[in-house]
Write a protein that binds this ligand. Structure first.
Ligand code: ATP
Ligand code: MG
Length: 267
């Protein structure tokens, strides 16, 4: 199967010094891929590389079989949606109006949203458990509520590829699990190709088909959660010791070793 999103030897960065070198990575339709890595390792840069915010200095990025460079802005917005790491500016809009903005790439110039757009927006809000927030002002929501609205806006965009940069960063336990479950379901049931950047290693372990670990300017490991979530690889990448345990279903479970634990162990 051709990949929905593919990086081929892509070198990405912001000036003469690349942040990521020679990245090879593919996300197929129906697949949820998690991107892990320490702060500053290039996860957001990778997302920017998939939307042409950052152009590869070397190599190529292709989206749905075509080089990213051949897309105009509208086609790009119809093909790939992004949940950005920074969230969204506080527009003086309601939640429903904000989610409807996701429909913009599908509207004729100067046209208003129609019934179908409204349905897509309401469906997206329901999917993130925020249907009851529809008429609230965006500015008066909590951080986690707002984050779910941003995810809903990306879903309403109705793209085949979705990139989410730390979508669970401000979410409580229930909503964090719910977002990962939703992305997994959308990939399984609708063939969405989803790439999710996250520090929630254990949520990623349960829900993602594959993981990519970025470290020191490159892909340090790539494979199934069991292949990537190894104590040696994680300790090397994050610069701190970790324990990797096994759940009853065999999936890995990562526990950082605290300083107190290390001291206890030394005694
Ligand atoms: N616009 C920019 N101009 C110059 N350098 C940048 C820019 N954005 C990011 N960088 C640098 O690129 C490197 C990678 O940043 P990036 O935001 O991709 O990291 P990240 O893995 O997403 O980190 P985090 O987990 O903190 O979100 C960092 O060293 C950062 O300082
Ligand atoms: Mg980031």
């Amino acid at each position: 199967m051709t990949a929905a999103l593919r990086f081929e030897g892509a070198t990405l960065g912001y000036g003469p010094c690349p942040v990521l070198r020679a990245v090879d990575l593919a996300v197929r339709e129906g697949e949820l891929v998690g991107v892990l890595g320490p702060n500053g390792s290039g996860k957001t840069t990778l997302v920017r590389g998939a939307t042409r915010v950052v152009e590869p200095a070397e190599g190529a990025v292709t989206l749905l079989g075509r080089p990213l460079g051949l897309y105009d802005r509208r086609e790009l917005a119809r093909s790939v949606a992004v949940v950005p790491q920074e969230g969204t500016p506080l527009f003086p809009f309601t939640v429903l109006e904000t989610v409807l903005m996701g429909r913009a790439p599908w509207l004729r110039p100067f046209a208003f949203e129609g019934e179908e757009d409204l349905r897509a927006a309401r469906e997206a809000l329901a999917a993130v458990g925020a249907a009851d927030l529809a008429l609230r002002d965006l500015a008066e929501l909590s951080g986690g509520e707002r984050q779910r609205v941003v995810v809903a806006r990306a879903l309403a965009q109705g793209t085949r590829v979705l990139l989410a940069d730390e979508p669970t960063a401000h979410l409580d336990l229930r909503h964090g699990v719910a977002i990962f479950s939703l992305l997994r379901r959308l990939s399984r049931e609708r063939g969405l190709a989803a790439l999710v950047v996250t520090h929630d290693v254990n949520l990623a372990a349960i829900h993602c088909d594959r993981l990519v670990l970025l470290s020191r300017g490159a892909v340090a490991a790539e494979g199934t959660p069991r292949e990537v979530l190894r104590a040696d690889l994680l300790a090397e990448a994050y610069g701190t010791p970790v324990h990797v345990q096994e759940r009853p279903d065999g999936s890995p479970f990562v526990v950082p070793v605290g300083i107190a634990d290390a001291e206890r162990g030394a005694r």
